[in-house]
Design a protein around this ligand. Sequence first.
Ligand SMILES: C[S@@+](CC[C@H](N)C(=O)[O-])C[C@H]1O[C@@H](n2cnc3c(N)ncnc32)[C@H](O)[C@@H]1O
Length: 304
Amino acid sequence: MTVEGDIKRQVQEFYNSVGWKQIGEGVYQNARYEDLRPVSREYIHRCHIRVARFLPLQGTYLLDAGSGPIQYPEYLEYSKGFRYRVCLDISMLALKEARERLGDRGLYIVADIANLPFKEDAFEGVVSLHTIHHLPADEHKGAFFGLHHVLKPGGRCVIVYTWGEYSPLMRFLELPIHWATRFIQWLSSKRRSRRETIQSEENAQSEAIELVRTPGTFTTKHDYAWVIDNLRDLPGLDIRVWRTVSTRFMRAFIHRKALGRFWLRFLFWLEEIFPRFFGRIGQYPMILFQKSESSTSTIERTGI
Ligand SMILES: C[S@@+](CC[C@H](N)C(=O)[O-])C[C@H]1O[C@@H](n2cnc3c(N)ncnc32)[C@H](O)[C@@H]1O
């Protein structure tokens, strides 16, 4: 097996046996990468809803590439006006879970986002959230152009990508995040040791805790300059903010008693005014493009 094949098998196994295992009612192990605390809920919700603004309102087929189990209710908004949401994922478990939510409004395909099994011009809309970064670095460009290839002329695509360690803002804040995280861990371990019940709770939840502690899987990212250099042929290429701050940042600095909800509202307001600035410096950009009405296959040939 090639190195690329090996990486994908590892990612697939991870999601089948760990990532999409439920650790609570409708909560997956993979949710540990998200901040699900009440103080952050409104901000996260508004970021999820943001995606829908850039997708067509209606159509026959919306492709969700790397759909996972459609884990958040907001995700259902994206395909509300579509006849079918085509869920494509490398993980069978993800698709079984997605079917629980979508039923016969969905079509389910186990496939690789870097080798889409669709004909050209098949979809009015394409969405892909947090998935391309699971591909080997040299397959990212082909995946972007492959998604463009399957768009209908006039169709639009939204990719939520991550700059990871290349986010200038999160890199700048790395040390404060580190120390704030250490401080919070120290505080909560002090609180925990005061609670007598903790041992029995831990026993009861041991399987869930085991899953949460399991290391993640392969990811790799490119930076802003790479996207501009490599994707500039995609019509209407635009990079806007999806979410500025990482989950680590939020857990470190956003707390109810420290007016966390207020600060997140303020941040969201800034993001709305300067979407491209925050898309460039923050953690998670939305990479948007479309297929022009006059599109020919030349662009696909130059891209892949
Ligand atoms: C981080 S999860 C995101 C899932 C979903 N888009 C969401 O935002 O909740 C990444 C998903 O991509 C899928 N995936 C990873 N590599 C893939 C590939 N090469 N082709 C298709 N799906 C892939 C995984 O199985 C997983 O369901």
